[in-house]
Design a protein around this ligand. Structure first.
Ligand code: TRP
Ligand code: ZN
Ligand code: CA
Length: 434
């Protein structure tokens, strides 16, 4: 629930609830869109790669569609997700006469009508263990999912992760998933993020040139760490995002290069050598030795940045701390001043030079009213002094230079009615600290 909704729900629930909270409702929880993006531990991503390597080694050296190493890879990823509270589904399909598997993992919560999905193909070719292609993407999104659980992240959008089978045979698993997704479910997918080969040993930093918002989200991350990127051109449509893009779902993704050769300009930009980005592409040497740790680390963190950013609130997230008292306080006709109090806690140092003071007073003649903000030390800031004549109600946000006041403490809205006949009450009083 949004903060404002929660506050009005409280206000509407009962006077007893408000009273039990002494009238003040501190509302300091950061909205989902403002949640800090966690760092993805690359050591954990690498451990998943070591485990996938062991699975290949124990199963004839690969994790290919229709082979024992593939199903063992699915079981491995699924067990990790089940243990931390994901809702997992294994989707079966048949290709080349053998059973294939997709693994879908939903994180409970978020708006079911707005889904952000990250996916990677989990199968290798038959010639090797497929650690860069595509243990790398699979392990990174696995660790991102585990980090969602570890941090208790509750995004406003719904999060889903997918591990695809038989990508190497023509995007078979992801096509099967999309083809079996009803139109109404497709419409809920607001973004699909694909990660296929993100730890190439001689890496480039490529961002898919598809949905502009997704593309920019990745670029913002990389420019923030000072790493130049280029648009991915080594075969657009050569990975599972194409299955989603084909039915109109916004897509994006990251890639560190396959068999194409790094140019000298790219060597200048990124380091490495003017050889293939991945000299072990689709071969037996695509092992845990075929990974550039820096590329794996940066891309894993870029994935988290995108997942966290894109799943948060779509509207501008309020960054401030809000304190509000929604308890009604009646203002006696031509009588003594009354106050509504909010207790500000957890704000370091002084109040800001532009403290926003939300005032909602229901009254039939605002020319009767004097309204002041009273700081915790008793300093008085006048907000309204009998102007406005016979107009009804004050419902407005004042900006007060409160930089001379310590932020924490009991702030009061003081209202006095100085003329007979018309009456009213304080409806709500709200302070927003930037
Ligand atoms: N998907 C390809 C594979 O698994 C690799 C690849 C080539 C790729 N070009 C790409 C992946 C561009 C993503 C983007 O063999
Ligand atoms: Zn691949
Ligand atoms: Ca009056």
């Amino acid at each position: 629930m949004k903060l404002s909704a929660r506050l009005s729900a409280l206000a509407g629930s009962s006077a007893l609830v408000i009273g039990a909270l002494a009238g003040a409702v501190p509302a300091t929880a950061a909205p989902a869109g403002a949640a800090a993006v966690p760092d993805i531990p690359v050591a954990s991503v690498k451990q998943h790669l070591t485990d996938l390597q062991s699975i290949a080694t124990a199963n004839g050296g690969n994790r290919a569609h229709g082979r024992a190493g593939y199903k063992a890879s699915i079981d491995f990823v699924k067990a990790k997700l089940d243990a931390v509270g994901f809702t997992t589904t294994v989707q079966q399909f048949t290709y080349n006469g053998t059973t294939g598997y997709n693994l879908i993992a939903d994180w409970p919560g978020g708006d079911a009508n707005q889904v952000i999905m990250a996916g990677s193909h989990l199968d290798s070719v038959t010639s090797g263990p497929g650690i860069n292609d595509n243990g790398s993407g699979s392990a990174a999104i696995l660790e991102a999912a585990l980090t969602v659980a570890r941090t208790g992240y509750q995004p406003s959008k719904h999060l889903r992760f997918g591990w695809w089978g038989a990508e190497e045979l023509g995007l078979v698993g992801s096509k099967h998933y999309v083809n079996n997704l009803p139109t109404t479910e497709r419409a809920k997918l607001k973004g699909y993020l694909n990660f296929d080969m993100i730890g190439s040993p001689n890496p480039g930093y490529f961002v898919y040139d598809d949905d502009p918002t997704i593309e920019q989200t990745f670029k913002t991350y990389f420019s923030g760490i000072g790493v130049p990127t280029e648009i991915e051109t080594e075969g657009d449509g050569r990975s599972d995002h194409a299955s989603f893009k084909n039915v109109g779902i916004p897509v994006g993704g990251l890639f560190t290069g396959a068999s194409r050769v790094k140019t000298s300009a790219q060597v200048t930009k990124w380091g490495g050598t003017a050889t293939a980005f991945d000299r072990c592409y689709h071969s037996s040497c695509d092992t845990t030795a075929n990974i550039n740790d820096t590329a794996l680390d940066r891309n894993s963190d870029a994935i988290a940045h995108a997942i966290w950013t894109l799943s948060g609130t779509s509207t501008q997230p309020p960054t401030g701390k809000v304190f509000e008292n929604t308890a009604d306080v009646s203002v006696p006709d031509n009588g003594a001043a009354v106050t509504s109090t909010v207790d500000v806690t957890g704000v370091t140092g002084n109040a800001p030079a532009s403290l926003s003071v939300g005032v909602n007073i229901v009254h039939t003649y605002i020319g009767d009213l004097v309204v002041d903000l009273v700081a915790p030390d008793g300093s008085v800031y006048n907000l309204h002094n009998r102007s406005g004549g016979s107009a009804d109600n004050i419902n407005q946000t004042y900006t007060v230079n409160a930089s001379g006041e310590v932020a924490n403490g009991a702030w009061k809205l003081r209202v006095q009615d100085k003329a007979g006949a018309d009456t009213g009450y304080i409806n709500s009083f709200k302070l927003t600290f930037p």
